[in-house]
Design a binder for this molecule. Structure first.
Ligand SMILES: [Zn+2]
Length: 214
């Protein structure tokens, strides 16, 4: 059987993604996440970048998930920690114990059959040679109607599991829009006693896309 992969950007056969589409990705606007020691972003959520995210999010394509996970791992290792530690040059990347994710809503998980954030956490953890861990619970997303009105108004909220205590955590997600999801998830992990939280997300969606909080 022929194993067929296609680039999600241009649909060329044999590469996922192809070098030309990687080259065509545009740089993300920087973002900060309160409480996180570093924030790594791969590209902006437009053009080819949006195609990459759609292939992950709606089609669950394994090859792009693996490439995104490996890219998040590299971006995390290269991201400067905040505040910059000028006394420890050359600075080594901060060590982490595990990779986790902000779970999507139950409704999204049901309709797609998987959680793209969990897929990313697993591929990122594999690239970093640590075990992924389910450390967050999404609060109030049980309603049949999806995220629900409260979440649309105030953003999602999470609670951290006991196992987060004392751990150095890399939190990953597919898209960062307003940062509300990653901010709430970071706060929940710190509340649960996490030693530190670093953040890595694939695509930065600009303010014109802010109406749909990711
Ligand atoms: Zn391509």
């Amino acid at each position: 059987m022929l194993f067929e992969v296609r680039c999600p950007g241009c649909h060329v056969l044999g590469w996922c993604p192809c070098a030309e589409c990687i080259e065509a990705l545009s740089d993300p606007e920087p973002a900060s996440v309160p409480g996180a020691e570093s924030v790594a972003l791969l590209f902006s959520h437009d053009g080819v970048g949006r195609e990459f995210i759609h292939a992950l999010k709606y089609r669950g394509e394994r090859a792009i998930a693996r490439w995104l996970g490996e890219s998040l791992a590299l971006a995390y290792l290269a991201a400067p920690s905040l505040p910059a530690r000028i006394d420890t040059a050359p600075s080594l990347p901060a060590r982490i114990d595990t990779v986790t994710w902000a779970p999507t809503t139950a409704a999204h998980r049901r309709s797609r059959g998987f959680d793209q954030a969990e897929t990313l956490a697993r591929t990122t953890a594999k690239a970093l040679r640590v075990r992924p861990a389910r450390l967050l619970r999404r609060i109030g997303s049980k309603a049949q109607s999806g995220a629900g009105r409260a979440e649309r108004l105030h953003g999602p909220s999470f609670s951290g599991r006991v196992r987060a205590a004392g751990r150095r955590i890399l939190l990953v997600d597919d898209v960062l829009t307003t940062g509300a999801t990653l901010r709430a998830a970071t706060a929940a992990l710190l509340d649960a006693g996490a030693a530190s939280v670093h953040v890595a997300a694939c695509a930065r969606r600009g303010h014109d896309g802010a109406a749909s909080v990711a």
